[in-house]
Design a protein. Structure first.
Length: 123
């Protein structure tokens, strides 16, 4: 029996974008193919300290029209959001997390119309 693989840690580069290990970036791109035209937004969220924070951030993101799925992890301070870019904008997601009481310290857009470099800083 092998030891469990440690969770990858996320870091934000000088441009406010998430730096992902290559295998994590590939998995994120693969998820964007689940519905043609959908995109993935990866958010770096500061201030989450427990499971209830995950729920609070997730509820805020899922409440946005066009968001199909949101996965939140307080341990890594990250949120990944699958959304329809024709309906939802990354700025709406950043605003929703901020209004929920957390800080978005960076984000990266993957898929649909982006080259994977997207994103920018948060508030």
């Amino acid at each position: 029996m092998s030891d469990p693989k440690p969770e990858p840690s996320l870091s934000v580069n000088a441009h406010g974008q998430l730096d992902l290990p290559p295998d994590e970036a590939i998995r994120a791109d693969a998820r964007t193919d689940s519905v043609a035209g959908d995109a993935m937004l990866l958010l770096r969220v500061a201030g989450m300290t427990c499971h209830n924070c995950e729920v609070h951030v997730g509820d805020a993101l899922r409440g946005i029209r066009g968001v199909r799925e949101a996965e939140i992890d307080f341990n890594s301070g990250s949120a990944s959001v699958l959304y329809d870019p024709k309906v939802a904008e990354p700025t709406a997601m950043v605003d929703a997390v901020t209004e929920a009481g957390y800080d978005v310290t960076g984000f990266q857009k993957l898929g649909a119309g982006g080259d994977g470099s997207g994103g920018g800083g948060g508030g």
